[in-house]
Write a protein that binds this ligand. Structure first.
Ligand SMILES: Nc1ncnc2c1ncn2[C@@H]1O[C@H](COP(=O)(O)OP(=O)(O)O)[C@@H](O)[C@H]1O
Ligand SMILES: CC(C)(COP(=O)(O)O)[C@@H](O)C(=O)NCCC(=O)O
Length: 314
């Protein structure tokens, strides 16, 4: 992490504890109900209405200010070029480990941001839609690297985000199914030009390779959801065991045998091995090193509770 220097002009970041951050909600109203929150949060994710109030409403307020300021900047460039008014989606990236709760954060933001009359149309895209199909990963010998940068069609992902930013009215993208653990052949998600596009995925803050562009180059704001490895490991395990009791019992689930043919101890050992050999390696090698690039970091402790927030001011 960036260390402040001793000359007083210490750091472009500000770090706030939960209470100080919560106060920045100002007058932003809480209009989400417990039932709506239940729909939005992920499996085994205890995010509460207190968290919405303390963490996500201030964030929604900050993003609303960012959107307005960014529109002004676009207007200035248009005036300079003598161009007509043209809608440009504001793009938010949400990064962090597998099982850290990115999708809950992203879904909550989609709902809260859409409540502002300034930007009612918010679209959410998960980067898993840009994973190569299992057949391609197997052919390339990287089926055990799912989630690593090379397991994504990064060119297609960058093309999608850059075309959205350029104002494309509607784009179709592939669809990934966690149930099938694969890309669904022939399925598409249609993304219509939104006011705000949220792009959520473990690798969205990856820097570009030399001479290329990365998705993060198109972000107007980015969020990194952070927690200690030991916490994330236990959230991954808990979720796997919860999925074993629920989603995996569907015969179409890729992990069906985990629900029917092995006992809980074996399932736990399988999940632990997947965590240790794939997700933790990816976290340490590829994901944590991108944290410094985020505009905002949410630091979670025990039970997914956000304890601190770091914001890059400039
Ligand atoms: N094997 C699985 N079967 C069904 N759903 C899953 C499976 N793995 C993950 N999910 C769901 O997919 C979503 C994304 O998970 P993940 O990429 O680990 O990110 P995060 O936990 O940070 O949101 C979560 O809502 C999770 O509950
Ligand atoms: C699909 C994922 C790579 C997450 O992708 P993302 O939406 O972050 O791009 C991840 O959920 C996953 O399946 N990892 C592979 C190892 C595992 O089964 O946990």
């Amino acid at each position: 992490m960036y260390q402040p220097t001793k000359n007083g002009f210490s750091t472009p970041y500000v770090e706030l504890d939960r209470q100080a951050w919560a106060a920045l909600r100002a007058a932003t109203p809480l209009s989400l109900t417990e039932a709506e929150l239940e729909e939005l949060r992920g499996r085994a994710d205890p995010t509460s209405l207190d968290d919405v109030r303390d963490i996500y409403l201030p964030l929604s307020r900050l993003l609303n200010l960012y959107v307005k300021a960014t529109r002004q900047r676009h207007g200035a460039v248009r005036d300079f070029l003598g161009e007509d008014d043209r809608p440009v989606p504001f793009i938010v990236g949400v990064a962090g480990s597998v099982a850290v709760g990115k999708s809950t954060t992203a879904r909550l933001l989609r709902t809260l941001l859409a409540q502002w009359p300034d930007h009612p149309h918010v679209e959410l895209v998960s980067t898993d839609n840009f994973l190569y199909p299992n057949a391609v990963l197997t052919e390339r010998g990287i089926m055990n690297r799912k989630g690593f940068p090379e397991s994504y069609d990064r060119r297609a992902l960058v093309r999608f985000v850059s075309e959205m930013k350029a104002g494309a009215p509607k784009l179709d993208i592939p669809v990934y199914s966690h149930l099938a653990y694969d890309i669904v052949p022939g399925a598409v998600q249609t993304v219509r030009r939104p006011d705000i596009l949220i792009v959520e995925g473990i690798n969205v803050l990856q820097p570009p390779s030399a001479g290329r562009l990365a998705v993060a180059d198109f972000f107007d704001f980015s969020i990194y959801v952070d927690a200690r490895v030991e916490h994330i490991r236990s959230w991954y395990l808990e979720r796997f065991l919860e999925l074993r009791r629920t989603a995996f019992s569907d015969p179409r689930s890729y992990f069906h045998s985990m629900a029917t043919s092995v006992d809980e101890e074996e399932a736990r050992a399988f999940a632990m091995n997947t965590w240790r050999t794939i997700n933790e390696v990816n976290l340490v090698e590829n994901i944590v090193p991108t944290r410094g690039r985020a505009t905002l970091v949410l630091y979670k402790g025990e039970g997914h509770r956000v304890r601190r927030v770091r914001l890059r001011k400039t």
